[in-house]
Design a protein around this ligand. Structure first.
Ligand code: 6PG
Length: 248
């Protein structure tokens, strides 16, 4: 794995970098080939999604995207907590991704059954390597507690689950979540963490500089075996890092 840490002045600069990643990765697609992405949820990607919709409507070949999610809250798709709704309102309703190429996690379903159904959906549409479906691009966020997707520190065992998607429980709210697990994350061809804001700075430094306890954090376990891992940070999220040039 090659880890690359990029620090950006603004979230727009970060968003532009993600756009260029997608364009570069998609440039080699042959006729009829698709590019699979797994989106993250929460609030951070909202500005990225809007930036892509407003600035890259023409430059990204949206019809070649297969859109999945890394995790979803077990809520209805119209819920204001739905990662699908956030992506739909800020991106998917604004760009020409064919509806049949959007595969939402059905948060309204029974969690255990949906984790199985969604894993089958992902397996059906993606190539597999060693029996594990391989995404072209996985977008991840970072929680202030070091969680990523919906794998929380108190359930870090889920990262090693033998399921492709599993059921998680938010440690504070008790809300059920469907989350991608580590075997799929670490199989991806490219993984990008996008992390912004000073609230994440302490956790970013703990993970990237391997401070005490770093190894017990789910986000620390993300290291795509043979591929690229990007940490895309704004200056505030990176403010506690030292000697960043030595971290890459
Ligand atoms: C979710 C996300 C989760 C998120 C982090 C960061 O469903 O909430 O997938 O992993 O990326 O919690 O969330 P913010 O971007 O809101 O800080």
């Amino acid at each position: 794995m090659k880890r690359i840490i990029n620090i950006f002045e603004t979230t727009d600069d970060l968003s532009q970098f993600v756009a260029q990643q997608l364009i570069k990765q998609m440039a080699d697609l042959y006729e009829g080939q698709f590019f699979s992405v797994a989106l993250s949820g929460g609030s951070t990607p909202k500005s990225l999604f809007r930036y892509l919709a407003l600035n890259y409507l023409e430059q990204i070949d949206w019809k070649k995207l297969l859109v999945f999610w890394g995790d979803e809250r077990c809520v209805a798709p119209e819920s204001d907590e739905s990662n699908y709704r956030m992506a739909r309102e800020n991106l998917l309703d604004l760009v020409p991704v064919p509806k049949e190429n959007i595969f939402r996690i059905m948060g309204e379903n029974d969690p255990a059954e949906e984790a199985i159904r969604y894993a089958e959906t992902v397996k059906k549409h993606l190539p597999s390597l060693h029996g594990i479906p391989q995404f072209d691009y996985i977008l991840l966020g970072l929680g202030e507690d070091g969680h990523t997707a919906s794998i929380f520190p108190d359930q870090i065992r889920l990262f090693q689950s033998n399921r492709l998607y599993d059921v998680a429980t938010h440690p504070q709210s008790g809300q059920k979540r469907i989350s991608v697990t580590g075997s799929v994350i670490n199989q991806a061809r490219m993984v990008s963490f996008i992390v912004t804001g000073e609230a994440k700075a302490e956790m970013v430094a703990r993970i990237l500089e391997k401070k005490p306890g770093w190894e017990h954090l789910p986000a620390s376990l993300v290291h795509p075996e043979n591929e690229l891992l990007y940490w895309l940070l704004d200056k505030k999220a990176a403010q506690n890092l030292h000697n960043t040039d030595q971290l890459n």
